[in-house]
Write a protein that binds this ligand. Structure first.
Ligand SMILES: [Zn+2]
Length: 322
């Protein structure tokens, strides 16, 4: 039996059910929910509960929340949301942005110790434990601070067994650099998921990632940059190439964020127009299209359940990940 930390305690990975592998219950900036909740959207907790109740009613059982501390992580909100809706939520440790201004002296070891504490002892004084580790690099490639964090994520993974998810810039093929660093640190790449991979349709690059042993996060739906139908064609091509059990779908959607009227995701009203289905877009829009393209129900179940479970459990592993 392999267990993973959820925000309400360890759960058997066999019981995760339908899992969205990269979402945000809320995102903002460090400390906003705890210090300036009035900067979040009015009624944000209601948006969260409402969005999760709808997702749960539509069959979503588990969500990996990809919100690190620097993206405004608040595990008390996650725990309350999970308790009130019955959706399992797995919180992440790690770091998303380039190291902050006053951190140049923070070493790999310093960061690793902090991340390990999040997974083994709990986040801040909450006793709520993270289940996954996250690192990030965007179009500029792995910046120096991001490299430090990535190595710390590797160390924390080697110490705890927690799986690694990486924000990655698909068009610039940044996973090539990220995976080289993880390899140098001795990480088995079958414990790594490369996210936002469906921001490209370059199948040669995507199958290269999969052939390193990684999982692939096809987690931007409906997304911008490229069309949802192109994303679905890419998903279908990867299924046809035999990779269904290492594909993890999600929306990279946020149920609540800071007051905003100008960003792509924008205000709640704007977001409701962009994606009225929220966490159910894939189930309600993408899978019907896949079925029309000839994809069987067993494959759809594989993508919804087996891919993310294999990522979280470590496929074929009996090692306890806590
Ligand atoms: Zn995200």
């Amino acid at each position: 039996m392999t267990k993973i930390n959820s925000v309400l305690g360890p759960i058997d990975t066999a019981n995760l059910g339908v899992t969205l592998a990269h979402e945000h219950i809320q995102d903002s900036s460090t400390g906003i929910p705890q210090n300036y909740p009035e900067l979040l959207e009015p009624g944000y907790m209601n948006h969260i509960i409402d969005g999760l109740n709808k997702a749960h009613a539509g069959g979503i059982e588990t969500i990996i929340d990809a919100t690190t501390l620097d993206l405004g992580r608040d595990v008390n909100i996650l725990a309350e949301a999970s308790r009130r809706t019955g959706v399992n939520i797995i919180a992440c440790s790690g770091w998303a942005l380039e190291k902050p201004r006053f951190f140049p002296g923070v070493s790999v070891e310093h960061f690793a110790q902090a991340f390990i504490r999040d997974i083994q002892k709990g986040i801040a004084d909450t006793k709520i434990k993270a289940g996954v580790l996250k690192g990030a690099s965007d179009k500029a490639g792995v910046l120096p601070g991001e490299g430090t964090v990535l190595r710390a994520v590797a160390w924390a993974h080697l110490h705890t067994g927690a799986p690694i998810m990486l924000h990655s810039h698909a068009v610039n093929q940044v996973a090539r650099q990220q995976l080289a660093i993880l390899k140098e640190e001795g990480v088995n790449l079958s414990r790594v998921k490369i996210d936002h991979a469906n921001d490209t349709t370059d199948l040669a690059y995507l199958t290269w990632i999969l052939d390193q042993g990684c999982f692939l996060g096809l987690d931007r739906y409906p997304g911008s940059v490229i069309s949802p139908s192109d994303r679905t064609k890419t998903l279908k091509a990867l299924i046809d190439a035999g990779y269904a059990d290492r594909l993890c779908v999600a929306h990279d959607w946020s149920l609540a964020r800071c007051l905003s009227t100008t960003s792509v995701a924008g205000s709640p009203a704007k977001r409701a127009i962009i994606n009225p289905q929220g966490f159910l877009y894939i189930k309600e829009v993408v899978f019907p299209q896949l079925r029309e393209m000839g994809v069987g129900e067993n494959v759809i179940q594989k993508i919804l359940i087996d891919g993310p479970r294999n990522f979280l459990a470590g496929a074929g592993s009996t090692k306890d990940s806590i």
